[in-house]
Design a protein around this ligand. Structure first.
Ligand code: SF4
Length: 706
């Protein structure tokens, strides 16, 4: 029997896992006691990882136009069809849509092929649906997409504010760490701000059940309150920031009396003032936020409203302090590191970063091959699919994601995919919803088979290690992409034989002409040049990792110097806006969406473990008892939601956790598991104008018995 240390492939906590295997089967998993993300803990999803494995239901042979083919035929067909489309319709007529499930090495090679050598900027990722607003806000304010905090800060804080985050279900090991820290330190306080009463409230000293979408109003109100009570850290603001006057002017444009803010946010004024007082009077405050903030048509502003309060109080760059965005997916951050968002180029450089296009072009040039990088950013997720609808993009390669389930207006997205001239899909599972639209299917390896790295929510790079052979003819994503690149004439630049080769190149690019450039904190040049054994043995480490910080960096901006050109953080004036989609007579209920504790995304893996299905066995609609009564709905009855893009059938769960006039549905179910419970089908495609993130937390729906 063998043991391999690896990383859980589900949420952004990035827990270390010890897998016991015999080279064919993983018999058991346990938490890695030495991994700093979890110190031996696993949640129920992580502890059932081995129950989701097995070759049944896997994709094992490539397919072209519905028929099984060998790899040479599949690869040649992809290369030929992509080249034909580019020849007829231009470089930018092809696109890729990736996933936070991919490993950093896979992401790097895909980004290099599409942006570097195919000359199209249209490569985006499902991470756009998850944390794009948090990224945009960090960049606007701190100068870089650089999470300042780490998990220990949650344990060291005097006050932890959880806003738009059901930590207990969505990042359970972090919740366990926080609960333990609170038990050890009775003076620690936890505030939960969420329209729903969730299991996270179990550890809350104070709960604010706010009106959906009123978060920016609340944090603007906090900023104004701190100003009125002389609780701003004027010395910190003077030395390290810009923009406090503009941010305050925006905040003061609204009625800043506690009663008015409480009324707009629909919370009790005394509780609100208690929160304001706790925030303003503690230095060691962490505000942890997630999709409840990000998935909004004003998500970037909401994130900035939070960051403003931290900057205004000097609550950043210290142990136990900072605005902390927690990512949903295991490698959302690794994807950002290589340029996996359409507005990024590579290694955290954007198209408009001075000198970036030239720098990346020179770095990627190999022998006789010169890359042809686009000059401007590409289309972001929803925009990319709309470009397919217009006929502007005629081929899309989708890797490890189900956009016909998870994108808003999902039924329209499905029609778009059905009409797209060329859809290439790389996936592991034969029941992936996306396969019904694929002209070409490429079977990919999965967790326990793949080798590479992921980066978790605290900037910690960890190894995922392969221990089993992929089933049938399934292959690693980096290999598939490199093979296509080679057949399109770019082999010299994609001559990789191992993911360690790719990681080395990625690490070198992060440090390329980056010495001493504080506007580019993403630098892992200290990890360049690892030989195969050192890469295999790589221990979890937080970036930056370079000559200055060879052991990694636990916390950023500790000296008050930020990643902006002048080193000062920016406070951003925020004018709160509510959800875009208005309620109407026929759709009078506000829709909220999210995850359930024991499922992951579109369930292709977690539905394979019976004990994970037991928690919530079927799609449901959570509704307040008074709404249920007024609609003649009983608990456990089947009902139908009617939304902007379609309908959804689920079983009613009558619950006092809901506010009146609001309903909640889970995001997971799709055609493979239920023909009529696709959350994305209910939502209209409203986007944040800065980040392009869809407003997946808000819809307008009607509800009726089936
Ligand atoms: Fe995996 Fe997240 Fe659970 Fe950790 S908390 S075991 S990373 S799902």
């Amino acid at each position: 029997m063998n043991q391999a240390s690896t990383t859980c492939p589900y949420c952004g906590v990035g827990c270390g896992v010890i897998a016991t295997h015999d080279g064919c089967t993983v018999m058991s998993v346990e938490g890695d006691r030495d991994h700093p993300a979890n110190y031996g803990r696993l949640c129920v999803k992580g502890s059932a990882l081995h129950e989701t494995l097995g070759n049944h239901g896997r994709l094992t042979r490539p397919r072209v136009d519905g028929g099984e083919v060998d790899w040479d035929t599949a690869l040649d067909t992809v290369a030929t069809r992509l080249a034909d489309i580019q020849r007829k319709h231009g470089h930018q007529s092809v696109a890729a849509y990736l996933s936070g499930q991919l490993l950093t090495e896979d992401y790097y090679v895909a980004n290099k092929l599409f942006k570097g050598f195919l000359g199209t900027p249209h490569l985006d990722t499902n991470s756009r649906l998850c944390m794009a607003s948090a990224v945009a806000a960090y960049k606007r304010s701190l100068g870089a997409d650089a999470v300042p905090c780490n998990y220990e800060d949650l344990e060291e804080a005097e006050l932890v504010v959880l806003v738009g985050s059901n930590l207990a279900w969505n990042h359970p090991v972090l919740f366990q760490r926080l609960r333990t820290a609170k038990q050890r330190n009775p003076l620690m306080r936890v505030v939960v701000i969420d329209p729903r009463v969730t299991d996270t409230c179990e550890i809350a000293d104070l709960y604010l059940g706010i009106r959906p979408g009123s978060d920016a109003r609340l944090f603007n109100g906090l900023l104004a309150w701190m100003d009125a009570k002389r609780r701003l850290d004027r010395i910190y603001l003077e030395r390290h920031t810009q923009g406090i006057d503009e941010a305050l002017a925006a905040a003061h444009q609204e009625d800043c009396r506690i009663d008015a803010i409480a009324s707009d946010c629909d919370v009790d004024p005394e509780r609100l003032e208690t929160f304001f007082y706790w925030f303003a009077t503690q230095l060691h405050v962490v505000t942890l936020y997630s999709q409840g903030i990000n998935q909004s048509s004003s998500g970037t502003d909401k994130c900035n409203a939070i960051i403003n309060c931290h900057l205004a109080g000097g609550k950043i760059g210290l142990p136990g302090a900072g605005p902390f965005s927690i990512t949903g997916q295991p490698n959302a951050m690794g994807g950002r590191e290589v340029g996996g968002l359409a507005n990024q180029l590579a290694a955290h450089m954007d198209y408009h970063t001075p000198g970036a296009i030239d720098r990346v072009t020179r770095f990627w040039a190999t022998g006789s091959l010169a890359p042809s990088l686009p000059e401007e950013p590409g289309y972001k997720a929803v925009e990319l699919f709309e470009a397919i609808e217009r006929g502007e993009i005629r081929a899309v390669w989708i890797m490890a994601t189900n956009p016909g389930v998870s994108l808003p207006d999902a039924n329209r997205m499905r029609r778009i995919l059905a009409a797209c001239p060329l859809v290439i899909v790389s996936d592991c599972m034969a029941n992936a919803d996306i396969l019904q639209y694929a002209d070409i299917v490429l079977p990919a390896s999965s967790w326990s088979e793949k080798d590479g790295t992921v980066t978790n929510s605290e900037r910690r790079i960890s190894r995922q290690r392969g221990m089993l052979p992929p089933p049938g003819e399934a292959r690693h994503d980096w290999w598939i992409i490199s093979q296509i690149a080679t057949r399109m004439g770019f082999g010299e630049a994609f001559d990789y034989t191992h993911p360690g080769d790719i990681f080395d190149e990625h690490a070198r690019l992060s440090g390329f002409e980056n010495a001493g450039d504080s506007t580019r904190p993403f630098d892992i040049s200290g990890l360049a040049g690892l030989d195969r054994a050192a890469y295999d043995a790589l221990a979890p480490i937080q970036w930056p990792v370079n000559a200055t910080a060879p052991e990694g960096t636990a916390r950023l901006f500790t000296d008050g110097h930020f990643a902006t050109p002048d080193g000062r953080a920016r406070l951003i004036p925020v004018r709160p806006r509510g959800p875009e989609q208005a309620l109407s007579e026929s759709r009078p209920l506000r829709l909220n969406t999210g995850r359930v504790r024991d499922q992951w995304h579109t369930m292709t893996r977690t539905a394979r473990a019976p004990r994970l299905m037991n928690h919530r066995a079927e799609p449901f609609i959570e509704v307040h008892p008074e709404d249920a009564a007024s609609l003649d709905l009983n608990d456990q009855q089947l009902a139908r939601l009617d939304g902007a893009g379609g309908d959804y059938i689920g079983r009613v769960r009558v619950s006092h956790a809901m506010r009146r006039g609001e309903v909640f549905v889970p995001m997971h179910w799709n055609d493979s598991f239920s023909g009529k419970a696709r959350m994305g089908g209910l939502l209209a495609a409203y986007l944040d104008p800065v980040s392009g993130q869809p407003e997946s937390k808000h819809g307008a729906v009607g509800l009726a018995p089936l």
